[in-house]
Design a protein around this ligand. Structure first.
Ligand code: NAD
Length: 261
């Protein structure tokens, strides 16, 4: 039985200045801890004030769905870190679980705003600082839902496909400045978020959570969930000198997912 990583990649990122959205929980928190463990200087944003207060990393409360908050978070990161080398656009929501005809305009709007438009706004504000650093990296969190169609999750899937188009376009624009832009596509990452999604999908399909869990794992050829650390390790690699010639890529870390859930 394959299991994912539980320790950070060993790579020296001393002094690298890294901002991570949605960094107080889930994958973002694993990334923040991992960058810090590798010697980077880390700044995070989130909307969960309790989780922010419990985080060891400098932070700001900023809603990725609000343009002014996206700008404030980049400004605060630059002020705290003394510049910026890496922006990780991680914050995202699952969006509604419903057939397209039942999705409300508000739910659609929130999903597109938080899951894709936020990446545009944060990047737009960060680019001059990355350029001033002489190069850098932007890492966007997409999803296997940005590679397959996801029935009952159309707003999320549309947003995550959008992240890929944004990533590939921006990488071409910024390549001449030595700024690399990549997307990571996590598959089913074990944690609270996937459990909530499985619960909602099980209810919608009128089956048990156990059955939906088995169906989820069976979508991967490796027959397993991915760990948050697996995703964090890919971010470390992409931000490190080992990723120096990787840009414009949509990289799956998904236990070889073969089909939609
Ligand atoms: P999560 O829900 O566990 O945590 C995300 C963090 O973002 C939380 O701390 C939350 O408070 C914060 N957040 C939520 N809305 C926010 C907002 N509007 N502004 C700022 N912060 C906000 O999610 P996760 O599983 O860690 O996912 C992180 C990223 O990875 C997301 O973009 C998600 O779509 C993507 N992803 C996750 C999975 C998975 O299985 N977990 C799979 C594919 C892709």
């Amino acid at each position: 039985m394959v299991t994912g990583a539980h320790t950070p990649l060993t790579v020296d990122l001393s002094g690298l200045r890294v901002a991570i959205t949605g960094g107080a929980g889930g994958i973002g928190s694993a990334m923040a801890d991992s960058f810090y463990a590798c010697g980077a200087k880390v700044f995070i944003s989130d909307i969960d004030t309790a989780a922010l207060a419990a985080s060891p990393h400098p932070h700001i409360r900023a809603d990725a769905g609000v343009v002014a908050d996206c700008e404030a978070l980049v400004d605060a990161a630059v002020a705290q870190l003394g510049g910026l080398d890496v922006l990780v656009n991680n914050a995202g929501i699952a969006g509604p679980t419903a057939r397209v005809e039942d999705v409300t305009p508000d739910a659609l709007d929130a999903t597109l705003r938080i899951d894709v438009a936020s990446m545009f706004h944060c990047s737009r504000r960060a680019i001059p600082h990355l350029r001033a650093s002489g190069g850098g990296a932007i890492i966007n969190l997409s999803s296997a839902a940005g590679r397959f169609g996801f029935p009952l999750r159309a707003p999320y899937s549309a947003a995550k496909w959008g992240v890929i188009g944004f990533t590939k376009s921006l990488s071409i624009e910024l390549g001449p400045d030595g700024i690399r832009v990549n997307a990571i596509l996590p598959g089913p990452v074990d944690g609270l978020r996937i459990r909530a999604v499985i619960k909602a999908k099980a209810a919608a399909a009128h089956i048990s959570e156990n059955e939906m869990t088995e169906r989820t794992v069976a979508t991967t050829s490796l027959r397993c969930f991915v760990t948050q650390q697996d995703i964090a390790n890919m971010a470390l690699y992409l931000a490190s000198p080992f990723g120096a010639t990787i840009s414009g890529q949509a990289i799956s870390v998904d236990a070889d997912m073969q089909t939609t859930m």
